[in-house]
Structures are given as C-alpha cells and as structure tokens.
Design a protein around this ligand. Structure first.
Ligand code: ZN
Length: 149
C-alpha cells in the first residue's frame, strides 16, 4: 500500500466512523464553524476544566469527508491537553496546510494521523475544508480566554 493510499484510508475511516460525534454535556464552549465554499458546517463542543485542560471535546455537523475527517482527528488529538499545547498544535497544523512547512507530525505516534491531511494541499479548494475544525477551535479558545477573535 502506498503512503497516498494509506492516507486516503485514514481520512475515509474518520469520515465514515467519526470519533467524538454528538453533543457534549457538560460543556463550557460551543462554537459554530461554516465553510460556505463547500457547505461544511460544524458545532464544536469543549469542556475545559479549571486548570485549563481540555477535559472533553465533541462535534456535530455535516459536510465533505475531508472536513469531517479533519475535525474527527482534531477531537482525538486535543483531548486531555492544556490550552497552550492545543494552540501550538493549531499553529503546527495551519503551518503544514498553509505555509509549505514539512509535515511536523511524522515522528509522533499520537499525532501522525494528522499528516494524512497534508495531501489535501494538492487540491487548494479543499484546504478550507481541512482547516474548518481548526479555525473554529482557534476562535473558540480565543473567546474563552477573553480575547476578541
Ligand atoms: Zn468541504
């Protein structure tokens, strides 16, 4: 199996069997994200505890397989992480998708699936699909921390 085929399987697996899909109770953040170019819609739920750690995360939504797979992966990798680490991860992911930086997740067992989305760069109109969950998460965290997005 080539690496491209492997990556396609990872994306299909997440879009067919999304992780952490459904409303989250309790939650202290709910953020809506929309990609009008493709029609992707998501609601992201987060429960952040008093020490600033992501205690729970889930999403609801509909859209293309890339948007849904990307946010499904997102919910897996940010669970249990402090906000600062989550923000670093958002930066790394955006860097990979937008700035021609090499895949930074390759050597990390917990994050390597994210590299499957790097291939989306070959289809520029779909980059926004892959980023939707991450930009929504970014906005949600900024609001949570009392900043204006
Ligand atoms: Zn899409």
């Amino acid at each position: 199996m080539s690496i491209d085929e492997l990556y396609r399987e990872v994306i299909l697996d997440h879009s067919d069997n999304p992780r952490n899909k459904g409303p989250l109770e309790p939650h202290n953040i709910m953020e809506h994200g929309h990609n009008p170019l493709c029609g992707d819609k998501i609601d992201l739920y987060l429960n952040i505890d008093d020490s600033g750690v992501v205690n729970g995360v889930s999403f609801e939504g509909s859209g293309c397989s890339i948007s849904q797979a990307s946010i499904s992966m997102l919910t897996e990798v940010i669970s249990g992480k402090p906000i600062q680490e989550v923000q670093d991860l958002i930066g790394d992911f955006k860097g990979m998708m937008l700035e021609d930086e090499p895949n930074p997740f390759e050597d990390d067992e917990d994050l390597e699936e994210l590299g499957a989305l790097e291939g989306v760069k070959n289809f520029p109109v779909r980059i926004k699909c892959a980023l939707l969950g991450w930009t929504t998460l970014d906005e949600a965290l900024k609001k949570f921390q009392g900043e204006q997005p």
